[in-house]
Write a protein that binds this ligand. Sequence first.
Ligand SMILES: Cc1cc2nc3c(=O)[nH]c(=O)nc-3n(C[C@H](O)[C@H](O)[C@H](O)COP(=O)(O)OP(=O)(O)OC[C@H]3O[C@@H](n4cnc5c(N)ncnc54)[C@H](O)[C@@H]3O)c2cc1C
Length: 401
Amino acid sequence: MSEAASNAGDEVSLPTVPYGEDYPEIRRSIQAICKDFPGEYWRDQESRKEHAAEFTAAMTESGYLSALIPEEYGGAGLPLRAGGVIFEEISAAGCSASNIRAQMYMMKMLIKHGTQAQKDKYLPGISSGKLRFQSFGVTEPTTGSDTLNLKTRAVRDGDHYVVNGQKIWTSRALNSDLMTLLVRTTPVNERAQRTDGLSVLLVDIRDSVGKGMTIRPIETMVNHQTNEIFYDNLRVPVENLIGVENKGFRIILDGMNSERILVAHESLGDCRYFIDKAVKYANDRVVFGHPIGKNQGIQFPIARAYAQYKAADLMVRTAAALFDAGLPCGEQANMARLLSSEAAWASGEECMQTHGGYSMAREYDIERKWRGARIQRIAPISTNLILAYIGHNVLGLPKSY
Ligand SMILES: Cc1cc2nc3c(=O)[nH]c(=O)nc-3n(C[C@H](O)[C@H](O)[C@H](O)COP(=O)(O)OP(=O)(O)OC[C@H]3O[C@@H](n4cnc5c(N)ncnc54)[C@H](O)[C@@H]3O)c2cc1C
């Protein structure tokens, strides 16, 4: 699909969707970096409950983590698709981007909605790797997916907001200097519209821990740094408000489209990892006198997973092209997320089945990647909420909430 698509009778011409291996140099560089971080590295990190500091350093030093930051602030000024390609290649190489990914999608929020002073203060440090901007606090224990009813409250007191409440699943807070925090600035019963009343604060974690912010790590089935965070009269300077007070939900939505598209690229990388591994093993493993891949019970599910991966790939490319052209992409970003996470899950499942008992052995790395692929169907957004988005916003079906 190399042609620019356009709908008959529609004056907006859609952007060209790249087909084939675009950004070949980036792909090759990421593959070269990832060669230094084989399966043993990730298994060792997991057994020691460490979070890939060497891998994060290598990605930061290479400049790829600041790929999306404009050149005037020290980044490469590349489009979202390039960021996606970076994440896809990391996943396809058997590595994990889960401890470094947030910087890229949060950057888009800061660049689009931040004040000039905020950009001047933070972006150069983030580009150079001196500042880690990896944490995003939205989800709360009592409201879960119901973001519009979250309760963590920020009340203005002079030139500060005073924050009280609790978040859960705030990832990477222990490995980050800065975070974005979604807070309620107008009580639910006083907001003008359902989507009003929330604001986005940029919080300096270094100044906050022990001064109103308490972080408690949560152990999970993957080696991913995530936390409960308690806010008890945390003071955040008003100058750290990103965008307009009470209009934070729209800012978060911008961040969410880029997050969905970037994380969808990771799932595509997972598909490639699982399918490559399954095909190699199916060709090599001989049982009953022939390679197991000759059996259609092994071959067809892998072929089906490949077809699912290719279909998801087209949707991910479409969503990224729309995003980069500045066009509405909520529908495509959500569908990219849905299809890619399901394709990764199907690919992981077939990789497991193909490897038989060996899939359970840690040294094969399949179970590690499989655990990672499972989470993609829950976080950053669960499959049902994507289906609800398509049902309500695209198809006009009634809302369940
Ligand atoms: C490893 C990990 C890392 C995370 N990192 C972050 C992070 O950095 N920052 C952050 O803010 N959050 C983070 N999250 C939270 C994540 O975004 C949420 O877990 C997710 O959005 C679902 O919220 P919940 O777990 O509260 O589920 P709930 O909202 O309680 O939902 C439970 C189930 O019910 C379904 N459901 C709920 N309502 C409906 C409905 N109306 N129709 C159909 N189905 C429905 C959901 O789809 C889900 O399957 C992380 C989670 C995990 C597991």
